[in-house]
Design a protein around this ligand. Structure first.
Ligand SMILES: C[S@@+](CC[C@H](N)C(=O)[O-])C[C@H]1O[C@@H](n2cnc3c(N)ncnc32)[C@H](O)[C@@H]1O
Length: 392
């Protein structure tokens, strides 16, 4: 085990360190598809190979990585436990730059100060009223452009989903019987197609919806698109209708991966209400999205701030960063009851999901060459429509 060696940024006086951190973070390329850790794993595998060679050469330096903070894929719990988010624990004795990634790491003081400074700068230079209207009036237009400019390879295939959400494995078993999955904001199908690839259930129907016509086109043209099992449609989750071919109480599992963050806060209530309507009693939502403080939020520069925690990206698409408690209030309906001035009665709120799991996935990614620490933050949840409906 190596001793802890502070990053150059931490060793410099605070102001200089923050400036340095700001410049270097701004110049970083970060993956927009944060939940796939394939790259991390590859890099780690390379490092492990090197490490093994080194260990061979110098038996005296040979060391065992304790399983509780294992970067050894054989021990890493992420391979088996949903909502555990890995077991690469960083302790005080560790050299943070020894590996590329650590799990469950809270931000350090230098990063917190940098983040607060960034938020203040962002608020002071919001998007102009003209641009707010341009981006908010037709958000599908910007996503259409996105899918026109990017191929289906833009997001990585989300192969980890069955592991994080075991229900997806259950409904795709050979003997699962008739089951309906609805993926909302399915994009290019990077979640839907991996599910189809693993599916053994001949009675599965997978509806993959997106409000971008271009995204739906990409899915329908995919080589694995099979209309017997899958139906890709244009649908706005915050609109008035239910998805084509689906009725109230007809869906077993809804999947929402990095789609809720694309909605404006004004659309949340309608969207959750629609998901509630379309799910069967007892049906569940598999949810993953951005958490507040994620590097992608902290990095936004001037002219990107729409409202608190809500931004416009360079390509015109919108993104929100959630607090865990906020998401709980949204999905239970408490948020909207509070807005109506009645937190207990849920007056006028026609849904209330049960929160079965809701957890923050903090990960520290390390750029070892630049000695940079990058804090990523995502939120994952499992919400259930009560088996006995509790609409009033
Ligand atoms: C960040 S992408 C995620 C795509 C996909 N879930 C994935 O993980 O690969 C967000 C997607 O949500 C879609 N979207 C945004 N607002 C929507 C809405 N109101 N109704 C349906 N889809 C929407 C966008 O078109 C885009 O495809």
């Amino acid at each position: 085990m190596t001793t802890d060696s502070p990053a150059p940024a931490a060793a410099a006086p605070a102001a200089v360190a923050e400036k340095q951190l700001a410049a270097e973070i701004a110049s970083l390329e970060i993956a927009e598809d944060p939940s796939s850790d394939q790259q991390e794993q590859k890099q780690e595998q390379k490092q492990e190979q090197k490490q093994e060679q080194k260990q061979e050469q110098n038996k005296e330096e040979q060391m065992q990585v304790p399983p509780h903070r294992s970067h050894d894929p054989k021990n890493n719990q992420k391979r088996s436990d949903p909502f555990q988010f890995g077991s690469r624990y960083l302790t005080e004795e560790d050299d943070v730059f020894e590996f590329n990634a650590w799990d469950h790491v809270e931000t350090d003081d230098a990063y917190k100060a940098y983040a607060e400074q960034q938020y203040a700068m962002q608020r002071a230079a919001p998007v102009s009223e003209f641009d707010k209207h341009r981006f908010n009036s037709d958000p599908a237009k910007w996503w259409n452009r996105f899918y026109q400019n990017n191929t289906s390879h833009f997001f990585k295939d989300r192969k980890w989903l069955q592991q994080e959400f075991p229900v997806l494995e259950q409904v795709t078993r050979e003997d699962a019987g008739p089951k309906v999955i609805l993926e909302i904001g399915a994009g290019a199908g990077n979640t839907a197609f991996p599910i189809l690839a693993k599916n053994k259930n001949p009675q599965l129907k997978l509806h993959a919806c997106d409000f971008s016509k271009k995204a739906v086109e990409v899915m329908r043209n995919h080589e694995s698109y099979n209309p017997e099992l899958m139906q890709a449609d244009v649908w706005d989750v915050a609109g008035e209708e239910l998805p084509p071919g689906l009725e109230e109480n007809s869906v077993d599992v809804a999947i929402m991966i990095f789609i809720f963050s694309a909605l404006s806060p004004k659309q949340w209530k309608k969207a959750v209400e629609n998901v509630y309507r379309v799910l069967k009693p007892g049906g569940e939502v598999c949810f993953r999205d951005y958490g507040r403080g994620d590097l992608a939020q902290v990095r936004f520069r001037k002219g990107r701030y729409l409202e608190e925690n809500f931004y416009i990206r360079g390509d015109g698409t919108r993104v929100y960063f959630f607090e865990k408690e906020e998401l709980a209030d949204i999905w239970t309906g408490k948020k909207f009851a509070k807005e109506n001035g009645d937190a207990d009665e849920k007056e006028g709120v026609p849904f209330s999901f049960e929160i079965e799991n809701l957890a923050v996935d903090h990960r520290l990614l390390v750029n070892r060459a630049k000695k940079l620490k990058m804090y990523r933050c995502w939120i994952q949840g499992k919400f259930r429509k009560p088996a006995t409906q509790n609409t009033q």
